[in-house]
Design a protein around this ligand. Structure first.
Ligand SMILES: Cc1cc2nc3c(=O)[nH]c(=O)nc-3n(C[C@H](O)[C@H](O)[C@H](O)COP(=O)(O)OP(=O)(O)OC[C@H]3O[C@@H](n4cnc5c(N)ncnc54)[C@H](O)[C@@H]3O)c2cc1C
Length: 402
């Protein structure tokens, strides 16, 4: 317990590793404490093992938090900065649809190995299987105790513990507890970026069907997303569901949440389209009338539920009702899928208790809180990792200056 580190970083995840590397590059004595036997496991599983590490379009609109925090964060660590940072670490990157960026190798290990190699080159001390259980302040120092009963001292501490999401892969409440023990306020965490359970059990019949839709959560204000939706044996999942999950997860506090699914988001004037189709195919049987418009399973379900005669030519009014349903199909979300399936958490350490320019705690000079442990969550598309890198990087710049 004799050595006093310049900085101890709790958590070898996305924000902790970049923070450690930046501090070490400036010659600081850095110690990283990680409860797992290996670093950055969430980064490894991110993007289906491909790691969608940032997004060209990153801006406050993709985050749920105070926009001023994201503005200040991006002013110091922009998309280009992130791209250059990993390129300088030796990773070849590639940009895909909607500005999403991945390592060109198609493997998240490109990112984790690049970080590990750079950390090794700077001889950063990372202790694995070491869980921090207590942090206290004493005479401008932090005294850190681990589950293994080790005690460490440091001038600066970075809480980079991540959120409770995906507990089977490092997700933990430990960071919340450490922050609270130091006087920080916790905004109750909710699972986000996960599938949703529906009241309408009949829809399980559609399990496995994928379609391009627009979803609208009837929250205040309503929240929309466009993209792929996948029917599952519990309800719905896919990008068009993930990107309304923040609003739905928060609204579920007050009971089930209505959501509408529009199966024809590409139609500017659905009514006109329907009339034209009716003029052309009005003599067809119901199923044939809808064939070519959307998945057969969905058509069959609707025909059954609306009680349409399968072998007679369509009844214009019934067909109109079905078409109207298809542009605003009402479903009811009763629950989010459990934390084990959530890719992120809404809620976390209250952001007004940290300095937006530095990520330093306003309660304890020398203490920093970064990444998903904060009450910041982004939409699907690389925004959560961008924030984790950015906050870890920015915290390091302040630590280096002190
Ligand atoms: C399945 C999945 C897919 C994802 N895909 C993407 C994606 O493609 N793009 C994207 O932007 N985001 C993605 N995310 C989210 C992204 O991985 C996280 O937002 C990001 O890793 C958060 O970084 P962090 O540094 O805050 O925390 P983490 O990366 O979670 O790291 C926290 C670390 O702290 C350690 N720790 C916690 N408490 C303690 C303690 N008390 N003592 C010691 N160590 C501790 C943990 O073991 C962990 O290693 C995904 C998440 C999941 C679960």
């Amino acid at each position: 317990m004799d050595e006093i580190y310049d900085v101890i970083i709790v958590g070898a995840g996305a924000s902790g590793l970049i923070c450690a590397l930046e501090c070490a590059r400036d010659g600081l004595e850095v110690l990283v404490l990680e409860k797992d036997p290996q670093p950055a496991r969430k980064v490894l599983v991110s993007g289906n093992g491909r790691c969608n590490l940032t997004n060209r379009n990153v801006s406050p609109t993709y985050y749920y938090t105070d926009p001023a925090l994201i503005e200040k964060t991006l002013a110091q660590f922009s998309f280009q900065k992130c791209w250059d940072y990993f390129t300088d670490l030796g990773v070849l990157l590639t940009e895909e649809a909607q500005g999403r960026v991945f390592p060109a190798s198609g493997k998240s290990t490109a990112i984790t190995e690049a970080l590990k190699t750079a950390l090794k080159e700077h001889e950063v001390d990372i202790r694995y299987a070491t869980q921090v259980t207590h942090i206290r302040t004493a005479a401008a120092q932090f005294i850190i105790t681990t589950q293994q009963k080790d005690v460490f001292r440091a001038h600066h501490v970075v809480l980079a513990c991540g959120s409770y999401a995906y507990p089977q892969v490092t997700g933990t409440q430990a960071g919340y507890q450490l922050a609270q023990s130091l006087g920080h306020t916790l905004i109750p965490p909710h699972p986000v970026l996960s599938g949703m359970c529906l009241k309408e059990r009949a829809l399980t019949r559609l399990s496995g069907i994928k379609c391009q839709v627009r979803t609208t959560a009837k929250t205040t204000p309503p929240t929309c997303a466009e993209g792929e939706l996948i029917f599952t044996n519990y309800g719905i999942n896919g990008p068009a569901v993930l990107n309304i999950s923040h609003a739905v997860s928060c609204a579920l506090e007050n009971g089930p949440v209505p959501v509408e699914i529009n199966f024809f988001p590409q139609l500017e004037n659905p009514e006109k389209f329907f009339q034209q189709r009716l003029a052309k195919f009005g003599n067809r049987k119901p199923k044939d009338f809808f064939t070519g418009l959307l998945n057969e399973g969905i058509i069959n379900l609707l025909i059954d539920f609306k009680g349409l005669k399968k072998n007679a030519p369509i009844n214009t009014q019934d067909t109109q009702r079905i078409f109207a349903t298809l542009t605003a199909w009402p479903v009811t979300v009763t629950a989010m899928r459990p934390w084990q399936e959530a890719m992120a958490a809404a809620g976390g350490v209250k952001v007004s208790e940290i300095n937006y320019n530095t990520f330093e705690s306003r309660l304890h000079p020398g203490l920093f809180v970064t990444g998903e442990l904060l009450d910041v969550d982004g939409k699907s598309g690389g925004f959560n990792l961008h924030f984790a890198w950015a906050s870890g990087y920015i915290a390091a710049q302040t630590i280096k200056e002190n």
